[in-house]
Every structure is written in C-alpha cells, then in structure tokens.
Design a protein around this ligand. Structure first.
Ligand code: GLP
Length: 254
C-alpha cells in the first residue's frame, strides 16, 4: 500500500489524472475501472483537457464502470451512465463500444452480472481500478457486510448511502433501493487500484480502512490485502492517520 497526500482537491485531481494519462500513454489499450461520485470529477476534467490539447487519446482504451442504480435507464438524468457521458465520455475520443456500465434495467440479474464479469475477463481484466470511498467505507456499492468473495451482483443500499446520494433525486426515498455493482472480488482482481478520498467526512472511513482490521464491516479494508494499491487523500481525509502509518507507507505530500 502506498499513500499520497494532496494539499487540496486540485492537487489530488491533477496527480490522479496524470497517473491515469501517463498509464494510457504507456499502454494505449489500457483497461480502466471507473467510479462515479463527486470525487472523480476533477480527474475526469483533467483527462478531458489532455484529450482536447491532443496529448492523450482514449481510442483503444476500454472502460468498466463500478456500478449503476437498478431501475434507471442510461438516459435517466441521475443514472451513472448519464454521469459518465456528461463528465467524461462525450468529451473524449473513446469508442462508445469500449465503454461498459452495468445495465440498470434488467430482467435476469444473474445473467447480466455473469455477462459483466465475462466482458471484463474478455478484455483481459482491469489494469487500473479507480475508486472513491463511501462515508461508511463502501467501495463501488459494496456496503458494510458484503462478502470479500463477491463478484458483480445486485445489492441493497443502506439508508445512509441513499441519503448521501439523494441530491440528484430530491429525497432519500426517491433514490433507488437497489443497485448493481462490481463485487469486492471483482475490484480486488484489478492489477492496480487507486482510491481517492476527499474531505473531513471521509477521514473516519479512511483510518478504519487503512489502520483497522480487515473486516467486511469496512469494505475498503480489503484493499490492505491488495499487492498494488495507492491511496490518494487530501489533507482533511488523511487527518486521522497516525504518524506511524504515514511513515510505514512512505506517505508523500503532493
Ligand atoms: C457512491 C458510489 C461510489 C463512490 C462513493 C463516494 O455511492 N457508488 O463508487 O465512490 O459513493 O461518492 P463521492 O465521491 O460523491 O463522495
């Protein structure tokens, strides 16, 4: 595990954006796992800028998103498919055929989940999985209690998560109760993982995930077992980490 601490959101976004852009330049057919949420918006903005300047191309890149709300079509304004189009895909030269997001409107959930896993496998597996972090330690939509062995599956969202994610819906009750998400095992199979966390409200989840026991109660704690995981935190999200942790993981300020 490696930790980088950014002085602010801009520095975090530029560092992470550059990390992804350089990885694509080194390996133009990179397979990327992507999150939604407020945290990655600055990274997507950075990547769009690089493409517009002509210094980066997504022509051969394949992407797999972590999750989608069950019951929302890709056209729904609060779907993660809309989010991705809005913040990244429509601004870059990626082939839409190479972008994958779990379908929100499904009849046979088991089949859809197996097919998503098969598509990831067919692409050769995920090279870099970018992650945000839920305030309760969730990654993707793997809520506390999720099995470490889980693959892509349908999950029930906690009330807390629905409240936090309610802005595009009006109220927590209007946020879909269920979502389809890559499982913790799907995430752990990525060759490299980069988790970003920003703000004071993430500090507790960060310290539990990094310093606490590896437990299903804090899904992100499973990342302690990953051989190539980088945490990129802003100062506020890192504020509860001990000096010993920062030293052990050679935390650097960016
Ligand atoms: C959402 C997503 C996660 C995301 C997290 C944090 O519910 N399913 O993939 O990382 O919550 O979101 P934010 O970046 O807005 O804090």
């Amino acid at each position: 595990m490696h930790i980088e601490i950014a002085k602010d959101y801009h520095a975090l976004s530029v560092f992470t954006g550059k990390y992804i852009a350089d990885s694509i330049r080194n390996q133009p057919n990179l397979v990327l796992g992507l999150p939604t949420g407020r945290t990655p918006i600055g990274v997507y903005h950075y990547l769009v800028k690089q493409v517009r300047q002509g210094s980066l191309s997504f022509k051969q890149v394949k992407t797999f998103n972590l999750d989608e709300y069950l019951g929302l079509s890709p056209e729904h304004p609060s779907s993660f498919a809309s989010f991705m189009r809005e913040h990244l895909f429509r601004h870059i030269d990626i082939d839409p055929e190479n972008t994958h997001i779990p379908a929100g409107i499904i009849t046979d959930a088991g089949l859809v989940c197996r097919q998503y896993e098969a598509k990831i496998a067919k692409a050769g597996g995920i090279d870099i999985q970018l992650l945000g972090l839920g305030q309760n330690g969730h990654i993707g939509f793997n809520e506390p209690g999720e099995a470490f062995e889980s693959l892509t599956h349908v999950t029930e969202l906690t009330l807390e998560t629905r409240q936090i994610n309610s802005s595009g819906f009006g109220s927590a009750e209007k946020v879909p109760r269920y979502a389809i998400t890559m499982g913790l095992k799907t995430i752990m199979q990525a060759r490299r993982i980069l988790l970003m966390a920003v703000g004071e409200q993430k500090a507790e989840a960060v310290v539990q995930a990094i310093e606490g026991p590896v437990t299903a109660e804090v899904p992100a704690s499973v990342l302690q077992l990953h051989p190539n995981c980088l945490w990129v935190l802003d100062v506020a999200a890192a504020r509860l980490l001990s000096g010993q942790t920062l030293q052990r993981h050679r935390a650097a300020m960016i």
